[in-house]
Every structure is written in C-alpha cells, then in structure tokens.
Design a protein around this ligand. Sequence first.
Ligand SMILES: Cc1ncc(C[n+]2csc(CCOP(=O)(O)OP(=O)(O)O)c2C)c(N)n1
Ligand code: SF4
Ligand SMILES: [Mg+2]
Length: 353
Amino acid sequence: MSAGSTPTPAPGSSSPKTNHAGLTVLDYRGSKTTLCAGCGHNAITERIIDAMYEMGVQPENVAKLSGIGCSSKTPAYFLNRAHGFNSVHGRMPSVATGVALANQKLLLIGVSGDGDTASIGIGQFIHLMRRNLPIIYIIEDNGVYGLTKGQFSATADLGSKLKTGVINDLPAIDTCALAIQLGATFVARSFSGDKKQLHTLLKAAIAHRGTAMIDVISPCVTFNDHEGSTKSYKYVKEHEETLQDVSFVPHFEEINVEYDPGSTIQVTMHDGSRLHLRKLEEDYDPTDKIRAMTRLTEAHDKGEVLTGVFYVNPEAPNFIDMLNVVDQPLSTLPDSMTRPPKEVLDACMEELR
Ligand SMILES: Cc1ncc(C[n+]2csc(CCOP(=O)(O)OP(=O)(O)O)c2C)c(N)n1
Ligand code: SF4
Ligand SMILES: [Mg+2]
C-alpha cells in the first residue's frame, strides 16, 4: 500500500484491507469519543489511527501516556489493545520516562494539552525535551483549558480574546521554540484541519528514535473558536504558512518518489524510512537550529501560524542510548541481574563507613 493511500476497504471487496502487520484499521481504533462534535482533538485521534495503521505498528507494542484535559482523554479513543497510563495533570513526562526505561521495546505516544504541557506541566516538559527520550509527544493546542471551561493557557497569544471578552495580557510560550532550544530532535507544528500534513508528520514521528514533538493547533469549538481568538478554525485557515510539502516513505516500501535535491531535503530516519521536505521557503534548512528559532520568532511577530518540520536530527543519541541500558525490558530480567549480591552491598556499606 502506498504511503498516502487511505486505509478504507476497496469498494466491492468483501474483506477489509490489511497492513503489512496483517491488521485492519479497526485494530487501531479505541472507544467512541466523548468530546464535543467538531473538536480538533477528534481529528488528531483519526490521524493517529491512520498513521499507526499505515506504519504497521503492533498495537500491543505501544504505550499511550497522557495527563489531564480533554486532550489527555483522547488515548482512550485509539489503539484499544495498547498499554495506557492516564497520569496526573502535567506529570505525564515522568511517567513516560519510567515506561521508556522499563521497556525500551515499546513505542511511546504521549498526548498532552497546552495547559497540561505549557502551564502546570512546563517543568516536566522541559526535562523531557532535554533528555531526547524516545517518545512521540503531541500537544493538542487550543490555547485554553477546555476541560475546565475555557480559561487562557500559556500558549494563548498576547491580545487574543476569550468568549467573555477578557483579553490575554501575557505573551505566549512557543512550545516548538522551547523544544528545539532544549534538545528535542524532531520538532514540528501542524493543524488538526490539515489532514495530509499531520498524517505524514505522525508517520515520520513513529519512525523517529528520539523526542518527536508535534504541536498541533486544535480548535476548541466550545470555548475558543470565535472572532478575536488566534486558535480558531477561521484564524488558522487564514494565517497558516507552510514551510514544506512533506511526504514520507516507510522503510518497508520501495522508494519510487522522484525528487529534486535542489528543492527537496531528504531525511533518512533511524529505521531507513525517508522523509522528503519540498521547500516552500528557499533558504529553510531544518537541520539548522538557529534558523529555526529565527523563523519561529519572525512568524510570531507577523501573526503567522507557521507549520511544517522546524528541526530534525535523526542522529543524536537518545536518553536510552546515553544511559546504556540493557536491551531487554527491565521487567523481564531475572533477580540475579537486578539484585546485587550480599557481598556487593556489604562492600558499598563498607565504603560509606
Ligand atoms: C493538579 C491539577 N490542577 C488542576 C486541575 C484542573 N484541570 C483539569 S484539566 C485542566 C486544564 C486542561 O487544559 P489543557 O491541557 O489545555 O487540555 P484541553 O482540555 O484544553 O484539551 C485543569 C486546569 C487538575 N485536574 N489537576
Ligand atoms: S470543551 Fe473544547 S477541547 Fe474540550 S472537547 Fe469540547 S471542544 Fe474539545
Ligand atoms: Mg487546551
């Protein structure tokens, strides 16, 4: 199946299509959503399902992590055969770190909100990004605390307006700029309404062996979709600027995409998959951190909603590589490997006398 095709059964065929893991798209679904109709978060859930299906991920090898918020409820709506941990508000990164260390065979996907990440959870987020833990970290960014009835979060733009007329008088935190500065190795922004771009970015994030941070602007139709909001469907559609046309070829497919090296940057991911970034801005180089920071600042000053891959580095060591952890899941190690013998403990005690 080609990277861009949709995972629906062919018309007239009796059996549903399967992916290279022999599974159908139904194997990637979860419970029915309980979020508001039209919420951007629901569209992101759909893209996660499609991307996991097309990449042939085994659902049982995935751990879904989240905090608290409408966004953090969404792991219940995809991959119902995966492991899951719905943690405390803003504290998903420390739980995710524990999961990654305990079993490095799992593919981690963390879903957070802008409040969960940039307000209460900012301290945990910062340390997650600087460790380059292997995780797909998605921020479903609506600029408000949707679950608690729409107060501004720390990603709300200065001067934007609540439904009640209250104006935000604090500057926004740019989670992408922060993630790049701190050490995340795949940093992108997308829009829940941009089906193709988000779908492609998610597939590339699945192939990445480090922190893949994607901030997805995801309008809250109930509390932040009005005139004066900079996170509404209308505002994002009118102000979106895209850095590249993204396409992705997974490692198990033949590469038959023609590309012009002058206008397209090709990034080879850890597993041999290829990410193709056809430049829409001539001088943009997603391996240049300083350029990324400058472009994000310019976008902010111009009121643009800039999307695309801002920074990517598939070579940098991740947290697991740095700690030199054994390959086997720690939970499967025998006591003889995890419990130091009495003589070793006695020697330690002796050193402390
Ligand atoms: C420790 C703690 N403080 C406050 C809350 C209340 N609370 C629940 S969700 C939430 C904000 C959620 O906002 P966000 O992460 O942006 O998610 P959204 O609902 O917008 O998707 C808050 C403040 C809580 N559950 N726990
Ligand atoms: S309140 Fe907002 S964020 Fe929460 S489900 Fe409804 S639309 Fe989505
Ligand atoms: Mg929010």
